[in-house]
Design a protein around this ligand. Structure first.
Ligand code: PTJ
Length: 261
């Protein structure tokens, strides 16, 4: 990995860029994953590179739903494995959820590279999706393959940084779909039941913390949180946040300002 000086004003952004490049070099991340990452970076700029209120609301509802689930599954793709391998394992463990490698651009080599990477962080971890035997209806062969013990039987699935067509197909299958996607206008963001518009590098650690906090909530309390949640409202809240922030910045003048709030 290229060494980035910690003093660089964009250190974290450059650091995660390098992680994605390294993910590709390790055979985990698809080439298209680099492009997807760039799109994510652009939207992160728009929200201000921090966790905004609508995302906090979405995370709380997501964790409540996952704690109520019978068979929760957290899906891992090439970008997720490059950016948050340890954090993904921690979240799945806190939730008692299964982990499944599930790829849009599936190749056996990529699946193996991702499973190996996850096992570097936890050699004991069960990883589904290596030999998937089922298919999501409506998706052609490779894009639709899922594990019988994982996404196939799941009632609630977390599919971060996901393609919209696959998100929609999972919703059609009757799954409750939670996504993490920095683009509030993407098809995934609009099709999912709960959309967390935040960078996954901030979202997953926060969701793990929330899970630990909410583990002792009563079933009624968790149900209340899920029932009171409205994804459309939350997505509108994200767009409002962006619009208001851009208006404020444009009126205040961004030219040569060191920090943007
Ligand atoms: O590893 P594979 O084969 O499963 O492929 C993974 C990609 C990401 C290439 C594939 O799922 C894909 O093409 O996805 P899309 O349609 O580009 O959607 C990815 C979404 O994730 C985009 O809307 C990005 O804005 C968003 N995104 C990118 N990086 C992040 C992100 N959202 C949250 N956190 C990020 N770090």
């Amino acid at each position: 990995m290229v060494k980035i000086p910690k003093s660089h004003p964009r250190y974290w952004s450059l650091y995660y860029r390098e992680r994605i490049i390294e993910g590709m070099e390790k055979g985990m991340t698809a080439k298209a994953g680099l492009i997807a990452h760039g799109r994510g970076e652009a939207f992160d700029y728009l929200i201000g590179e921090r966790t905004i209120e609508p995302a906090k609301k979405a995370m709380k509802a997501a964790v409540a739903k996952l704690l109520l689930a019978k068979h929760p599954v957290v899906s891992v793709n090439g970008n997720v494995a490059a950016l948050v391998p340890r954090e993904t394992i921690e979240l799945a463990k806190a939730l008692n959820a299964k982990l499944e490698v599930n790829l849009f651009y599936r190749t056996e080599d990529r699946v193996k590279a991702i499973a190996d990477e996850l096992r570097r962080y936890d050699p004991e971890i069960e990883i589904l999706g290596v030999n998937p035997t089922k298919r999501i209806p409506g998706l052609e062969h490779e894009r639709g393959r899922v594990d019988e013990k994982g996404i196939w039987k799941a009632d609630v699935v977390v599919v971060p940084l996901e393609d919209g067509d696959r998100t929609e197909a999972l919703v059609r299958m009757g799954k409750f779909v939670i996504t993490v996607d920095l683009n509030p206008l993407s098809r995934s963001a609009r099709m999912a039941d709960i959309t967390i518009v935040d960078n996954i590098v901030r979202a997953y650690p926060r969701m793990t913390e929330l899970t630990r906090e909410m583990k002792d909530y009563s079933r009624d309390e968790l149900l209340g949180i899920v029932q009171g949640y409205d994804n459309g409202n939350v997505l509108s809240g994200v767009l409002d946040h962006m619009r208001n922030r851009l208006t404020r910045l444009s009126e205040g003048g961004v030219w040569r300002k060191k920090e943007l709030d």
